[in-house]
Design a protein. Structure first.
Length: 543
């Protein structure tokens, strides 16, 4: 008997093909073959994309729908109304100010300028100095303001781009980075740079890992992030052509679902991300589990600690438990942290830290053939404000370890006091288990935006959340002043009690628009409204 061979398996197939094409002309065979190959490639391209076919089809449907004249007229009418509303708010807030539409003929005196500055700083109706604002201003003490004002003034015209002219500013930056690395348990190999804020820190990490992955042959990069990760990751995806693969969080813990997170990783994944804590709910993702996946798949892991910054770094030393999240966890390769949040430095300072210099090397941008000379810059900016670097350095040197630890203890004690207080209020609940300073509230009884609106009328400015609806307060050193926490709890209690008298009543005003926006299926319309709001920030009266 003849032994069985592989050719016996494919023989029926080849015979079938020969019979099918036996009566075909050569040009017909070539055409059918080319059409089949190209059609297969086309189908593969349709299904093998970063976004699902459903998402792309939905976007195309709404794009076509908005071309229908009646639909487009309705959308444009709503956009026009939104534009007028935004500009009306700007005019109302600045009604006591006159606009300068061209340079003054003669320069103003120091006294005139300072008077105008005071007028501008008094615009708006929220009293942030009394601690009625969520986040935004993390500390404000006259002696600290005096210090950083004087330091910034001395260094206001310095620029670390010119390292030979301002070596002392470069030294200050290096020390800020090193002190931050130490707080986050970095070893002697850890490194980093300062940036202008958390968004730039995240952008720099994404740029570094994109370029690092290119050397490994990945040209269609994606990153895997929790749905609650900061919007700066989406911004970085838009800037650097990196697809962001979002993973849902557990509806009870509001930490990323690790099973879904694991499934989201593929051969084009260049970065895994976790938050410590996340902005919406203040919960911390399971960084140890994420880092273990990074080690297993040889993928870098970034921890976004921008919001937590020095608070999350010191919370364990302040007597509170927290799961490991920093460079002490094997597999964590970078951390972003804002020195202008719980580092209490002036706005415009943050750090991006790496476990090894090979990652930071890919953050740098170098141009070697420019007629103006060899050009290299560590971050997005070329020229950078030496005054901000010096002011940040001065703030850190002023507080010292003990000062930051005491502030951490104050803030954490206040945050837990507020959390315990609002948990006792009927009609509202706290999302998940806040790890540090953010307490997010929701309601299963009434529209939570009614509470936001009521608190706003009492002078509180809180952050609105969506998917699901909620609001949060980010506790800062401003809230540790006597009576502030008690007033917040009392106001939440009294407002909630009033709402519960008629819990089914719909929300009205601006918060109604915010709630309605969540129900609009075409998110591009919400994007257009957001762009109108951004345009309105640059509003000036017509000449």
């Amino acid at each position: 008997m003849r032994p069985f061979s592989g050719s016996d398996c494919i023989k029926p197939v080849t015979e079938g093909i020969n019979r099918a094409f036996g009566n075909r002309e050569p040009w017909q065979i070539a055409t059918i073959t080319a059409t089949t190959v190209l059609g297969t490639v086309w189908i593969w391209t349709i299904f093998n994309q970063d976004e699902s076919l459903y998402v792309r089809s939905k976007r195309q449907f709404f794009r076509l729908a908005k071309k229908i004249p009646s639909v487009r007229r309705q959308v444009e009418a709503e956009l026009s109304k939104a534009k007028k509303d935004f500009e009306a708010d700007i005019q109302k807030n600045n009604s006591h100010l006159s606009y300068s539409l061209q340079l003054p003929e003669q320069g103003l005196s120091k006294e005139q300028i300072l008077s105008l500055v005071d007028d501008h700083l008094n615009a708006g109706h929220y009293n942030w100095r009394d601690g009625h604002v969520s986040g935004a201003v993390y500390a404000f003490k006259p002696e600290l303001v005096e210090l950083v004002t004087e330091v910034y003034g001395k260094a206001s015209y310095t620029n670390p781009l010119h390292a030979d002219l301002f070596p002392g500013i470069c030294k200050m930056e290096a020390e800020v980075v090193r002190m931050a690395c130490t707080l986050f348990h970095g070893d002697k190999n850890s490194c980093g740079t300062m940036t202008t804020g958390g968004t730039e820190s995240i952008l720099m990490a994404m740029k570094a890992y994109r370029d690092y992955a290119r050397e490994r042959g990945i040209n269609k990069p994606n990153i895997v992030v929790p749905r609650t990760a900061h919007a700066a990751f989406d911004k970085g995806g838009q800037y650097f052509n990196i697809h962001v693969r979002y993973v849902d969080v557990d509806p009870k813990t509001y930490e990323v679902d690790m099973q879904k997170f694991t499934r989201a990783i593929n051969s084009n994944t260049i970065l895994l991300v976790g938050s410590a804590p996340n902005f919406p709910y203040g919960t911390i993702d399971n960084i140890e589990a994420i880092a273990a996946l990074g080690v297993k798949h040889d993928i870098p892991v970034h921890v976004d600690a921008c919001l937590g910054s020095f608070l999350v770094a010191l919370v364990r030393h302040a007597g509170y438990s927290i799961r490991p999240f920093d460079f002490a966890v094997q597999g964590v390769t970078s951390i972003s942290a804002d020195t202008h949040k719980y580092g209490f430095a002036p706005k415009g300072s943050s750090v991006i830290l790496y476990s090894e210099k090979k990652f930071k090397d890919h953050q740098f941008t170098v141009t070697t053939d420019w007629p103006g000379g060899v050009y290299g810059s560590p971050t997005v900016n070329g020229s950078r404000a030496g005054g901000i670097i010096a002011a940040c350095w001065a703030t850190m040197m002023s507080f010292g370890y003990d000062g930051y630890l005491e502030a951490t203890k104050r803030i954490m004690d206040t945050a837990r006091y507020i959390e315990q207080g609002v948990r006792k209020i009927d009609g509202v609940f706290v999302f998940g288990k806040p790890a540090t300073s953010v307490i997010a509230l929701g309601s299963n009884v009434f529209d939570i935006f009614r509470l936001s609106d009521s608190l706003c009328k009492l002078g509180w400015n809180l952050n609105a959340l969506q998917f699901p609806s909620g609001l949060h307060i980010c506790v800062t050193d401003m809230h540790t002043a006597p009576g502030v926490a008690d007033k917040f709890i009392d106001d939440v209690r009294s407002c909630t009690a009033e709402i519960l008298k008629d819990p089914g009543q719909p929300v009205v005003g601006k918060m109604a628009l915010y709630g309605m926006a969540q129900r609009v299926p075409d998110r591009s319309v919400i994007g257009e409204v957001t762009r109108l709001f951004l345009h309105s920030m640059y509003y000036t009266p017509e000449q």
